[in-house]
Design a protein around this ligand. Sequence first.
Ligand code: ATP
Ligand code: MG
Ligand code: MG
Ligand code: MG
Length: 568
Amino acid sequence: MRTTQYLVATLKETPSDAVLTSHQLMLRAGLIRKLAAAAGLYSWLPTGLKVLRKVEGIVREEMERAGAQEILMPMVQPADLWEESGRWAQFGPELLRIKDRHDREFCLGPTHEEVVTAIIRDEIRSYKQLPANFFQIQTKFRDETRPRFGVMRAREFLMKDAYSFHVDEQSLEETYQRMYQAYCNIFDRLGLEYRAVLADTGAIGGNASHEFHVLADSGEDAIAFSDASDYAANVEKAEAAAPTIQRPAATRELTKEATPNCESVEQLTQHFNCDAQQILKTLLVEGATEEHPLVAICLRGDHQLNEIKAEKHPLIKAPLTLASEQQITSIAASKAGYIGPVNLNLAIIVDRDAAVMADFICGANATGEHYNGANWERDATISEVYDLRNVVEGDNAPDGKGKLTIKRGIEVGHIFQLGTKYSEAMNANVLNEQGKAVTLAMGCYGVGVSRIVAAAIEQNHDDYGIIWPDAIAPFTVAIVPMNMHRSHRVQEAAEQLYASLSEQGIEVIFDDRKERPGVMFADMELMGVPHRIVISDKGIDQGTFEYKSRRTNEKVDVAMADAVDFLN
Ligand code: ATP
Ligand code: MG
Ligand code: MG
Ligand code: MG
């Protein structure tokens, strides 16, 4: 690909509404663009789509290797099917419901259990056709309460979803194991650091479930694993397994105060004793209601309200606005270093010393009171405070072996043994070996294909931009010629190398723009191309190109004649 014939679409400035690094870099590197003012709707530009297709390719290959067959189901689904499963009434506002011209009800598919069950109950009649496993890679729509972080939590996103069908539970378990292994293969091939953890089967129902998490400090989820056994679960599951966990002793006493009704920023900053350097932030907490919407405050003494900008901090989860007076009515914290899980809709944190992140005031709009002095040492307790969970680092593992380590994760995959939940409700039966009708056992298996792109960036970036794992890089090699438009030799060498590499099937981006070297270097680094070749007159004099690895920054001169072999 020549950059002169390609939408590079890089941005110098970091867009102000993007908080998360991956979101910022996806915009800056020209991977995605938000669609006008619509939250959670993104277009994939050429570079982004190349990466997305690579992820998709790996997922598809591993699904086929695991014996799943690809299908494609409609994204628009009739309400009738959802009535059959009972989910038309159960599913909340995440389900986008629409009507056609005949006033018939439909929804945009957030998932496809109903549709696939309706297909299979007609197509599969005998145990001889089982087990069977079908997958699709398709757009899903979920009207998320808070779409955020770009494609990480979008409303429209790409998912691989697979559904397996079985004559009995044992067969389901076998396929589940095979899919578990396929997921490990996928994340191994993607080159990501991940953990598979036990998960709650929750509303979907069923017997067993695992989530796959890419580890990242910015992850919205927390996972707990034992330092002495194989126990690994998401914190909800760990909590359910060990409801009476004893918290380590508080590191210091908290003091309790009545929270003032502050009418202005000045009053607030005065009350919380913030000077111009001190920051007041809100910590957004799950569980907001319409009555108590999530809001965020970020104040600096020298800022006017209308100038308040999002702090670059992973704890701030939404565009920042000022909380209303009522919203700042009270503050609650249970123990030192930990804000309790008490119906927190709004929590305020005052950073008394931005450098060490300790000695915060934390709070919520629950009780008219607040606590002072929670010790919020950056590395030790940030995730606990953020999660408001009952499980913390150092707790005994629920299996009785070892202590829990807690890490943050991004949920990129989720597999379930559904059992007969859908097949029973929707009358999906087969004849077994004895000729008797039995209800199909079912499994379902999701991968967040588009979320993986963002998760990969969370794990692979530096100050200059993205560092793609080779398996999903949009291009493998960048050719950056110096002064090509003045040097015929450079141009010739660059064209030749471009042709030879392309012939070998290597994906090359050839920067043939009339740009300064600095601009070209910056763009290729931002886009994360793993291997860069610089071609210059000086190099040609010595018979070499300069190679640089994006990941290690290592530079070596490579003989011109050996360049293709070197990169192959
Ligand atoms: P989350 O807990 O992040 O809301 P989920 O548990 O609701 O995800 P599942 O129903 O398990 O999601 O869907 C399978 C996969 O789809 C998830 O593991 C995740 O990778 C991806 N996914 C879910 N919601 C979104 C979204 N809004 N944007 C992008 N990917 C998503
Ligand atoms: Mg969800
Ligand atoms: Mg989840
Ligand atoms: Mg899930």
